[in-house]
Design a protein around this ligand. Structure first.
Ligand SMILES: *[C@@H]1O[C@H](CO)[C@@H](O)[C@H](O)[C@H]1NC(C)=O
Ligand SMILES: *[C@@H]1O[C@H](CO)[C@@H](O)[C@H](O)[C@H]1NC(C)=O
Ligand SMILES: *[C@@H]1O[C@H](CO)[C@@H](O)[C@H](O)[C@H]1NC(C)=O
Length: 438
């Protein structure tokens, strides 16, 4: 009896049914160039790599003339590519992938170059395929992650004074924009490119994965039924649904799990909708990894935003400046930057330049946490930040597991507390996620 049971367990394991989840960790090589405590070097990755199943090196860019991929920062990559792939000697279970695009390849002269790639003829697309293959093989990567930058959904518009006129017509302004009149063609070409890439990479025994970038609408660009078999896994970067740059006039949960059907929120701007879209179109759940951001998004509150902070927060004034370590103009704060601002007791001042933020924990575990400092009498120093702390990242990981997904992808290691500044523990978000998907 015992013997048979063990045999059965063995068979189940062989079929891959008993399997720890994927923990795909993104490494942004640009973090190497940051200053002070925010600077992350390959040796800072060590502690995370005992938890990650995959490390993804971001990012390389696309040459709009010949459609070859290239390093976006030769000085860093010429050493880092090898330093990172060499980490496998210490972590033999680790797969290391190279990612192209990822919203890091900003090219103002050619904003649509990734669509141009889809429209290019077969010869030009072969340049793309060959050049990715060369970079991957020459530097010892295990494969490629396609994080191509396609046009994003337009954010919904809000008007400062929510008069009855605008309220009545709000529907017209809430998402049904045509951002790409040729989306149907692009969708078809993306599938073809994926098939051709897969063929090349499979022959070379290399992995191929893809990422759906934030606010890139899968309905327009991704033919789920044709795509899922071309990729080893697909990461849904299901965050940044609302950001202070896209939505300067209203603050809201930037990466809720569920749809909170109030105040004209758009039904597709949440984790659940994005996962359901892929599942309903017959993507096997274990092919999907849920993307979680290790940073928060902060808005500046005005005196019109009120005191409660309850989202949707009205009359915000775009991104708050606040990160002490990571210079950013888009209201992005890493987890250690947020944690340093949170009040540790209830006696602290509530308003003013140096007042800490009051944390509001989402007890429903559906929408995410936020923290705030209302504006003072002069309308200054108001701050509202939406974020996934280690606890909420764990809740999301448990959600992904509960839905039967392959695992989680973390964006990215440099925004987690890799120095242990908050509590002394390094990489608390990675650890929390690992705990819940294990
Ligand atoms: C493919 O496109 C390139 C660039 O537009 C052009 O130079 C080349 O002639 C085309 N090749 C074919 C076979 O159509
Ligand atoms: C894409 O955008 C449209 C609105 O323009 C929306 O109805 C649809 O649900 C979106 N699809 C996804 C997957 O978010
Ligand atoms: C409470 O927090 C404030 C500001 O963070 C700090 O100055 C004060 O010493 C703290 N009080 C206690 C009792 O910890």
């Amino acid at each position: 009896m015992k013997f048979h049971l063990l045999g059965l367990l063995g068979a189940v394991q062989l079929l891959g049914l008993v399997q720890a989840g994927n923990l795909v960790c993104y490494y942004d090589s640009a973090s190497y160039l940051r200053k002070g405590l925010a600077r992350q070097t390959p040796s800072d990755l060590d502690l995370a790599l005992q938890f990650c199943t995959h490390l993804v090196y971001g990012y390389v860019g696309l040459n709009p003339q010949n459609f070859e991929v290239h390093s976006l920062n030769v000085d860093v990559d010429m050493f880092n590519f090898k330093d990172i792939t060499m980490l496998r000697t210490r972590y033999p279970q680790l797969k290391v992938l190279l990612s192209v695009g990822g919203d890091h390849d900003v090219d103002e002269a050619h904003p649509n170059k990734y669509l141009d790639l889809l429209e290019a003829n077969r010869t030009m697309q072969q340049n793309f395929i060959d050049s990715t293959m060369i970079l991957v093989r020459r530097n010892g990567f295990d494969g490629l992650d396609l994080a191509l930058q396609f046009p994003k959904n337009k954010p919904r518009k809000v008007h400062g004074t929510v008069g009855t006129y605008w309220k009545k017509f709000k529907k017209l302004f809430t998402g049904d924009y045509i951002v790409d009149p040729n989306a149907a063609l692009h969708k078809e070409s993306y599938s073809e490119l994926a098939v051709n890439l897969r063929r090349a990479f499979q022959t070379a025994n290399l992995m191929l994965t893809m990422t759906v970038l934030p606010n890139v609408n899968s309905t327009w660009y991704f033919d789920v039924a044709k795509l899922h078999s071309q990729f080893d896994f697909i990461n849904l970067a299901a965050f940044d649904f609302l950001t202070p740059t896209r939505n300067p006039d209203e603050g809201d949960y930037s990466a809720p799990i569920k749809f909170l059907d109030e105040e004209n929120r758009l039904p597709f701007l949440n984790v659940e909708y994005q996962i359901d879209y892929w599942l309903h179109n017959h993507c096997p759940p274990q092919k999907l990894n849920l993307g979680i951001a290790s940073y928060g998004r902060a808005w500046k509150l005005t005196s019109g935003s009120g005191l409660s902070g309850l989202p949707v927060v009205p009359q915000t004034d775009g991104p708050a400046s606040g990160g002490l370590q990571i210079a950013s103009t888009d209201g992005l704060l890493s987890w250690p930057e947020i944690c340093a601002k949170l009040a540790t007791n209830n006696t602290a001042a509530y308003r003013g330049a140096n007042a800490p933020l009051r944390k509001v924990t989402d007890l429903t575990q559906k929408y995410g946490n936020y923290a705030l400092r209302p504006a003072n009498e002069d309308g200054e120093h108001g701050f509202w930040v939406s974020y996934d702390d280690p606890d909420f990242a764990g809740i999301k990981a448990a959600y992904a597991k509960g839905r039967g997904l392959g695992g989680v992808a973390i964006y990215d290691l440099s925004y987690d507390d890799f120095r242990g500044l908050c509590t002394g523990q390094k990489y608390p978000i990675v650890r929390s996620v690992k705990y819940f998907i294990a």
